[in-house]
Design a protein around this ligand. Sequence first.
Ligand code: GLN
Length: 254
Amino acid sequence: MEKLVIGHFYPDLLNLYGDRGNVLALMRRAQLRGIEVEVKRISIGDELKSGDIDIGFIGGGQDSEQNIMADDMRIKKGPVIKQMIEDGVVFLTVCGGYQMLGQYYEEHDGKRIECLGAMPHYTKGEKERFINDTVYEIEIGGKKVTVAGFENHSGRTYLGEGEEPFMKVIKGHGNNGEDGLEGVRYKNTFGTYSHGSLLPKNPAITDMLLELALKRKYGADYELSELATETEDLARKQALDYINGNTNGITNDL
Ligand code: GLN
């Protein structure tokens, strides 16, 4: 039986707007395919060794929480996380977690958080926050997929050399409100500003991440089995309808 180990980093500090739902979605869509899943909570002071995890998840946080975990991530776990990223371990990182993989995050008052420096992007905070229900587009397996999300950030992130955008912004601000780009992809590491949470209503992305992790572990020939997406598709349709103003009597109060 195949097994995946998901490392949930700093779950006690970085977990905004249902970010943990991403871990649950990865777990559920793997288990429904008969794949065993173990979730490890990895926080300040915890040891991390290479080979410990197949998928890493880092959620979003407030600036104050990013200040609390920054040194542990950079100094204690930094070399191992950097090596994992270079080795193609799958990572999904959201908002504050995405910012923390880059060079630095300069808060809107000018205070600088030194980040992990695993990737070249950097982030500058502004007073005005970007708060929106969002729509993005991504191509997965040659198919264009419309993605529903939610963003809430003061940071403006700029990608660097060797980094590809994760998605294209259709509605919302994405990385910085200027270049129409959303998130980052470097090897098998993904960063996004989308909370809300991203994976439960966008199963094509969940499956893409699972497949990357399983191919890495069990060989390039590994094929992820088919699995229905009706429930997730309904959730995405409702979110997209809401964003597009077709509420059909359904409101976000539900
Ligand atoms: N503190 C960061 C910002 O405001 C991240 C916020 C978040 O994770 N939602 O940009």
